[in-house]
Design a protein around this ligand. Structure first.
Ligand code: SF4
Length: 201
């Protein structure tokens, strides 16, 4: 019996309290996003897609990639893209090399909306910035490890992190990035890297 919503179980160990704490933290993003969504007549996923498009390269601006990124079905993302296009926040153009796929780009109106909404994580970011550096290192080491293990268990997708990058090298004395030619310390490990190279299986 591992139900952390049973308060006796939750409060009888740190394991239960930490798991419950993560559950509370997951609510933070939902609450903050809904606040923005309400103010701008958009849904949370519509805002997330717009923000994603501003900060990622064209080859990632596809329904398939975003479906994995947000752990949603392609049908849901497709629908989101359709509505955003209807509201003139994005444009779609057919991929010259593959008529079955299309490139998605932000319009000027879309970019304006991103600038109004992308600060939704600020309340948490401001708190994290005040944590001492050594404690942040421990926090990041644990969070990145938990995220990686959840990815391995196929609970969530993490597409552009160091551990599944073609430039990542694990050796006895540590981890390396072969692109930047550096040893990767804990605070160098990235969750979403602009230079990530997918590993060909
Ligand atoms: S290129 Fe980026 S994701 Fe890949 S190993 Fe280097 S830092 Fe990590």
């Amino acid at each position: 019996m591992k139900n952390i919503f049973d308060l006796e179980i939750q409060n009888s160990s740190l394991d239960g309290k930490i798991t419950a704490g993560f559950e509370r933290l997951s609510q933070v993003f939902r609450v903050l996003l809904w606040e923005k969504a309400k103010n701008h007549d958009l849904s949370p996923i519509q805002i997330q897609v717009l923000i994603f498009l501003k900060h990622h390269s064209k080859n990632k601006a596809t329904v398939s990639y975003m479906a994995k990124e947000f752990n949603l079905t392609k049908a849901t993302v497709s629908d989101t893209v359709r509505i955003l296009e209807k509201k003139s926040y994005i444009t779609k153009s057919v991929n010259e090399n593959d008529s079955r796929s299309y490139a998605i780009e932000l319009t000027a109106k879309g970019l304006e909306m991103v600038l109004l909404t992308e600060d939704f994580t600020d309340p948490l970011f401001d708190l994290i910035r005040m944590v001492p550096e050594n404690e942040k290192n421990v926090l990041w080491k644990n969070i990145s490890s938990i995220v990686e293990q959840l990815h391995t268990l196929q609970v969530i997708n993490v597409q552009s992190t160091c551990r599944n990058c073609g430039y990542f090298l694990q050796q006895n004395d540590g981890n390396y990035c072969q692109l930047m030619n550096i040893k990767l310390e804990t605070n160098d490990i990235k969750l979403d890297c602009i230079d990530h190279k997918p590993v060909r299986l």
